[in-house]
Design a protein around this ligand. Structure first.
Ligand code: ATP
Ligand code: MG
Length: 589
């Protein structure tokens, strides 16, 4: 789980300290989870001969999301932990929804997450001929039959959870007739949906998956790899276990929905007399304020609610990456949440904390003002510029320092000034002093307003003896603000993101509503003219920074141009002042 936070001192305001105050993830050895225990038991009992073999089996019908990342980290992680291997296998049995574009993106995403399948890249479609032979074997053994019921009839015959099913009128066809019909199915003699091949198991089984499940359906469709070689395609259930078996996977890790499929998985392996992997189920990852369904994510893209699969608000690996989440942060998150046997929903904050923890150690600090308020320092000589020295990362002295220009006119954040400051507001106000990070202590001596009474400028004085890093700078003031020198600022676009959905459980809806009604209309805020310290002009796409007191930002990989980067906020810092305000508002309410 998330590392406990240290208590922040509301008087001081953690946000005002300019660093993100969380504990680094511990690397202490943890107890084995239930999957690791199961594998250990199998190894100790000699059921599995070293080495263990795992696989990550995506269907190439969409882009990977954070839920898949959990499965990837789990499978590749188990392989690493037990000194085994993990395959990447595309589960490509449905020609209608699958595309090469997805294959390529999945490979790229798995690699980006930091995992390597080496030469073990497989496709279920490579096993089509073997699967066909195994289907013939089951027919010959009297364990499979060709059924002429339509899809609708098949459903009616299946029964329900409380009622047994009825045998198909075609169940007792002879072996020869079945062989003939199945071969003619393959030869393309029948239209789509007119026949299926079914396993002959038990129409009265309490497990619906065991009620003569379909093994093959007729689909005259071109497949992304096998083209028009086939017009019958095996179902997931008739493919998955056998693919595991061919690859001699020792432990087939899948999500809980497949628990009810396990008897069928075992039945096929047993009846075919082939290598029999052990299926183990774990709870899929659900996160608050987002969705994991590929179908719904596709709808978000197709309907234009987001700019694409890589929109920084998407829970896809591409989206998170563009948002500035790093592979290490995602792996840390997957490690922290662990694996469970019961479904639950993880708070998005756990993911965000992992991002903060990793970037806190890695991201250089920079000064940036998003919503500028101009300050003129009256006693600072006109035309003078000095370079002050700023620390790049207080967490890592090795990252050194940099020079930042300081001058008579600077910008601070609008929200860092209050004409009438509430209690515990340790920022700038008339007559008050604050320190400018890495520079001087200033005092607000006058407030300039426009005709509407809006504050447009502050007049301040500075204390020349208070320059940071000098021996005379000992005087303490309560608040430290970030700032940027006005004539030197680099003006850039910055994008801020909020949750894509305004509800914690966006798919929980009532009546006629659907998840679309829970979309957050304010999930994207574009600030076209932010004032950044000049060095940020050189940021390259994918570079990470902490903009002091504002959060972690990344130079956008899509819209940045050389010398003209655009920044995405990956995650805000934990904001103590906002917390105090929220609490006060609640108390007032
Ligand atoms: P579908 O099968 O409905 O298209 P899927 O999300 O299961 O969607 P797959 O490509 O089959 O997509 O998933 C690949 C692997 O990732 C599977 O082993 C699946 O169990 C796992 N996986 C998918 N979603 C999650 C999740 N939310 N949490 C953990 N593992 C997941
Ligand atoms: Mg699946």
């Amino acid at each position: 789980m998330a590392a406990p936070q240290r208590n922040s001192d509301p008087g001081k305001g953690r946000r005002d300290e300019g660093k993100d105050n969380v504990q680094a993830p511990t690397s202490a050895p943890r107890a084995l989870n239930f999957i690791e225990q199961a594998i250990t038991e199998d190894l100790e009992a000699g059921k599995v001969k070293d080495p263990v073999r795992l696989r990550f089996p995506p269907e190439p019908n969409g882009y990977l999301h954070i839920g898949h990342a959990k499965s990837i980290c789990l499978n590749f992680g188990l392989a690493a932990r037990f000194g085994g291997t993990c395959n990447l296998r595309f589960d490509d049995t449905n020609p209608i929804k699958e595309e090469d574009e997805y294959v390529e993106s999945i490979k790229e995403d798995v690699r980006w997450l930091g995992f390597d399948w080496e030469d073990r890249l497989y496709y279920a479609s490579d096993y089509f001929e073997q699967l066909y032979q195994w289907a013939l074997q089951l027919i010959r053994d009297g364990k499979a039959y060709v059924c002429d019921l339509t899809a609708e009839q098949t459903k009616k015959y299946r029964g329900t959870l409380t009622e047994p099913g009825r045998n198909s009128p075609y169940r007792d066809r002879g072996v020869e007739e079945n062989l003939d019909l199945f071969q003619r199915m393959r030869a393309g003699e029948y239209p789509d949906g007119t026949r299926t091949l079914r396993a002959k198991i038990d129409m009265a089984s309490p497990n619906l998956n065991m009620r003569d499940p379909v093994m093959y359906r007729i689909m005259h469709a071109s497949h992304h790899r096998t083209g028009n070689d086939w017009c019958i395609y095996p179902t997931y259930d008739f493919t998955h276990g056998q693919s595991d078996s061919i690859e001699r996977i020792t432990h087939s890790i899948c999500t809980l929905e497949f628990e009810n499929h396990r008897p069928l998985y075992d039945w096929y392996c047993r009846e075919l007399g082939i290598f029999h992997p052990r299926q183990i189920e774990f709870a899929r990852l659900n996160l608050t304020y987002t969705m994991m369904s590929k179908r719904k994510l596709l709808a978000l893209v197709k309907e234009g609610h987001v700019s694409g699969w890589n929109d920084p608000r998407m829970p896809t690996i591409r989206g998170l990456r563009r948002r500035g989440y790093t592979p290490e942060a995602i792996r840390t998150f997957c490690d922290r949440i662990g694996v469970a046997k019961f479904n639950s929903t993880i708070d998005m904050a756990v993911l965000e904390n992992s991002v903060r923890d990793v970037l806190n150690r890695q991201a250089p600090r920079r000064l940036a003002v998003l919503r500028p308020l101009k300050i003129v320092i009256e006693n600072y000589p006109e035309g003078q510029v000095e370079e002050v020295e700023a620390i790049n990362n207080p967490e890592d002295p090795g990252m050194g320092t940099r020079k930042v220009p300081f001058s008579r006119e600077i910008y601070i954040e609008q929200e860092d000034f209050r004409e009438d400051p509430p209690k515990k507001f340790f920022r700038l106000a008339p007559g008050r002093e604050v320190r400018l990070r890495a520079a001087y202590i200033i005092k607000c001596v006058d407030v300039v307003k426009d005709a509407n009474g809006t504050v447009v400028e502050l007049r301040c004085t500075y204390d020349p003896s208070s320059r940071s890093g000098t021996s005379s700078a000992q005087r303490k003031v309560k608040g430290t603000l970030h700032w940027v020198s006005a004539p030197h600022a680099f003006v850039a676009e910055v994008r801020l993101f909020d949750h894509l959905f305004k509800e914690m459980y966006p798919e929980d809806v009532t009546g006629d509503e659907d998840w679309r009604s829970n979309l957050n209309p304010n999930s994207l805020e574009v600030l076209p003219r932010c004032f950044l310290e000049p060095g940020l002009k050189e940021a390259r796409p994918g570079d990470h920074f902490q903009f002091e007191r504002l959060g972690y930002f990344v130079a956008d990989a899509v819209d940045s141009r050389p010398g003209k980067p655009v920044f995405n906020r990956s995650v805000a810092l934990r904001d103590t002042w906002a917390k105090i305000q929220r609490r006060d508002n609640q108390q007032r309410a």
